[in-house]
Design a protein around this ligand. Structure first.
Ligand code: PMV
Length: 345
């Protein structure tokens, strides 16, 4: 067990969705329109340490403790929207725990700076685990996943390692809240590698929350994508169970491009794919024409992740590295779920 007085450290990894989450049916509880399915990576870990400050006495606001949470990200004090988001999440944890101490949060991530890969999924999975333990909540995986979901939807999947499905759940309010969680899915033999191609960062990206809202409100293709996504989810479960990498890749690529198509049809369009992203998609098509089982996916940004058999990962990495718009290439494999650890970051 962990000595919570010294604070708690948790480590989590980002995940990349093979069947995407795009759109909430309830924004305040982060309940999604559709279920989604991802693979947790073994690179770009986020390590988060949470220490509690002594409680502020009820009758004064003086020296006895912190009056607000203190948040540092990669050694720098977080301000503005980032700090507010962490503070809001900690308020939720405090409400669940019936506690009122303020917290000191120090978070470090291994994502190369400026790569446009700042993963809120790893960040909120690590924060959910560290903060819930620091405030004395004893949550099982499902409850932790539901909590992480409130920080950032996709974070609920980074609670678990390997292949993970996030159930949309049913209903609204607390019925929706208890039924919308992630859990690992069974997989057959599947020697999957993921090649992350970081492309030239383009214009400043639209945050996913606003982009989802706007796509749902204005894209005539949104409903069709959501419907197709439900079918993709069922087919993906079967492809994973059979260990059929070709089917996994084909479904993942179709689902991702469909999501981007729905965004492109929004008015005005939300466009995350850049010229560099399209160059990577072209290279993936050329690899396939050359009998390499490579498939592409992309989230709310210009970077492209290529799925391929482990045996072909080096060749795929060399191919995408040769593309002018690709700034760096990172090899990943399925990785672990969130864990508490004894050392500080
Ligand atoms: O929860 P967010 O804001 O990280 O939304 C993530 C949305 C996508 O990355 C585009 C898709 C997904 O399922 O991860």
């Amino acid at each position: 067990s962990v000595d919570v007085r010294a604070g708690v450290t948790a480590v989590a990894h980002p995940n990349i969705a093979l069947v995407k989450y795009w759109g909430k049916r309830d924004e305040s509880l982060a309940l999604p329109v559709t279920g989604s399915l991802s693979v947790t990576l073994d690179i770009f870990a986020t390590t988060t340490h949470v220490t509690l400050a002594p409680p502020v006495p009820a009758d004064m606001n003086g020296d006895a403790g912190l009056t607000g949470d203190v948040v540092t990200l990669n050694g720098r004090p977080a301000g503005g929207a980032a700090a507010e988001r962490v503070q809001g999440f900690l308020d939720l944890v405090r409400a669940l725990a019936g506690r009122r101490e303020r917290a000191v949060v120090e978070s470090v991530n291994q994502v190369p700076t400026g790569a446009g890969l700042a993963s809120s999924a790893a960040g909120f999975a690590a924060l959910a685990a560290a903060a819930s333990a620091a405030y004395g909540l004893d949550l099982d995986g499902r409850a932790l996943s539901r909590l992480a979901r409130r920080g950032s939807g996709s974070a609920c999947r980074s609670v678990f390692g390997g292949f993970v499905q996030w159930h949309a759940g049913t209903g609204s309010g607390s019925a929706g809240d208890v039924s919308s969680f992630a859990e690992p899915v069974p997989v057959g033999p599947l020697d999957l590698a993921l090649v992350v191609a970081v492309t030239d960062a383009g214009a400043k990206e639209v945050p996913s929350r606003e982009a989802m809202r706007h796509t749902m409100a204005t894209s005539p293709l949104y409903r069709a994508w959501a419907q197709a996504s439900n079918t993709d989810l069922t087919r993906m479960r079967h492809a994973l169970a059979r260990g059929n990498l070709t089917a996994v890749g084909a479904i993942a690529e179709g689902n991702a491009l469909g999501m981007h198509a729905a965004m492109l049809a929004a008015r005005p369009a939300v466009r995350y794919l850049s010229a560099g992203s399209l160059a990577v998609l072209d290279a993936v098509n050329a690899l396939r024409a050359d009998n390499v089982d490579a498939y592409a996916t992309a989230d709310a940004g210009p970077n492209v992740v290529v799925l391929c058999p482990r045996a072909d990962a080096d060749r795929v990495a060399e191919t995408v590295d040769a593309i002018e718009a690709v700034r760096s290439v990172h090899l990943a494999r399925p990785g672990p779920g969130v864990r508490l650890r004894s050392e500080r970051p």
